[in-house]
Design a binder for this molecule. Structure first.
Ligand SMILES: Cc1ncc(COP(=O)(O)O)c(C=O)c1O
Length: 389
């Protein structure tokens, strides 16, 4: 009997509207554009597309990205300040490998992307959470934590932060705090690792300037990814940062042994970007996700009982919902799944405790009608659950 092994990371359960996954839906992935770009890359490069690639990534993609970043932010990195990566999960792991030593302290927002915490915890570092509010990371709290740690002789090695369309809260760091954060980084020598995976998915106009854009050279290393704008299966992204760090990574053992990350994919994506298909794809998905976000927010306003609150995200995939104090989201989840809606309880996103009355809803996978149904079901379940207490 043939063995049927899985192909994909997730299986959506029939009968459940799965708001727990922050993935692009299959129907929005650019299959035709990838087919064209793959043929182009093979025609242009032949066997060179299939051998080991240049460690920093292929020149054509680096050049395109330098121009793209200049278009987005008004400033281009120098080509030797940019490296092609396997996406942000891979880059975070690499930065931790190269920039931390056992026993180092690493700072993160609280709450933060739960799967980044998994990567961080695979390194022998201590994690410390810094609170955030509707304007993002509270930079004064970061400053106090740094002073507190300094008194104990601890100098944290780096801060991992998602300042733009944060996962899970959807908030973006205010411009004032962005400036204060990079200033603090420059003053204290704290390396700021900026996860910019949702920059392309901004629904109310351009995203705020990146921390990388605002900081003096070497203070910020910014990780960009094609996962949300094009397709996560590409496992492709880029990094911009200080020349020293970028060159250290480009000349590290990993790339020396294996050549540039995902060389073939990088050449294909370079063709796709140069053809204009990248811009077209981003414009398309931005419109569709924006409509989905609006539909979910409107339905939440209509369907949720008093005592619930949420931030209105300017981009990304997530709505971060706070339910009435009497309701615990881990108890709510099985009840909601029984009637057809799933989500991620807030506790996943905190290092140690917190988030019991919060949950993350992702609007990326479903069209507006299903998001409205999900909000209606969720409203009823929250109402029932608060009544029982
Ligand atoms: C904040 C954040 N960082 C990184 C990732 C994963 O990025 P990549 O696919 O580039 O590894 C995600 C995916 O959900 C994310 O939400």
């Amino acid at each position: 009997m043939p063995i049927s092994l899985p192909t994909l990371q997730i299986d959506l359960r029939p009968g459940i509207i799965e708001l727990g996954w922050g993935h692009p839906p299959l129907e929005l992935l650019p299959v035709a554009a990838m087919r064209r770009a793959t043929a182009e890359a093979l025609t242009r490069y032949g066997a060179e597309a299939l051998t080991y690639g240049h460690a920093a990534g292929p020149g054509r993609l680096i050049e395109w990205l330098c121009e793209y970043i200049a278009r987005q932010e008004g400033v281009a990195p120098a080509p030797d300040e940019l490296l092609i990566t396997g996406g942000n999960s891979h880059t975070l792991d690499q930065i931790l490998t190269l920039c931390t030593e056992p026993g180092d302290t690493v700072l993160v927002e609280s709450p933060t992307y739960h799967l980044a915490v998994r990567i961080l915890r695979e390194h022998p570092v201590h994690l410390v959470g810094i609170p955030m509010d509707q304007d993002g990371l509270i930079v004064d709290a970061l400053s106090e934590t740094l002073a507190h740690l300094r008194r104990q002789g601890i100098r944290p090695r780096l801060l991992y932060t998602i300042p733009t369309h944060h996962n899970p809260t959807g908030v973006s760091l205010s411009l004032e705090r962005r400036r204060a954060l990079v200033e603090l980084g420059a003053e204290t020598g704290l390396l700021i690792v900026e996860d910019d995976v949702y920059r392309e998915l901004s629904y109310d106009g351009p995203a705020p300037p990146s921390l990388w854009r605002l900081a003096p050279p070497g203070v910020v290393v910014r990780m960009g990814s094609f996962s949300k704008s094009l397709a996560p299966g590409l496992r492709l992204g880029w990094l911009t940062g200080g020349r020293n760090l970028v060159q250290r990574m480009a000349h590290g053992g990993l790339l020396d042994s294996g050549g540039g990350i995902n060389h073939f994919t990088a050449l294909v994506v370079a063709e796709l970007c140069a053809s204009g298909d990248f811009d077209e794809q981003v414009a398309r998905v931005r419109t569709i996700y924006g409509v989905r976000r609006d539909a979910l927010l409107a339905a939440l306003r209509e369907q949720l009982p008093p005592g619930c609150s949420w931030y209105s995200p300017g981009g990304g995939f997530f709505v971060w919902l706070t339910v009435p104090e009497s309701v615990r989201c881990v108890d709510l989840l099985p009840l909601a799944e029984r009637v057809g809606v799933s989500f991620l309880p807030g506790e996943h996103f905190f290092l140690d405790g917190g988030g019991e009355e919060q949950l993350r809803l992702s609007f990326s996978l479903y069209p507006p009608e299903e998001l409205v149904s999900a909000a209606t079901i969720l409203g009823a379940v929250v109402r029932n659950c608060s009544r029982k207490r």
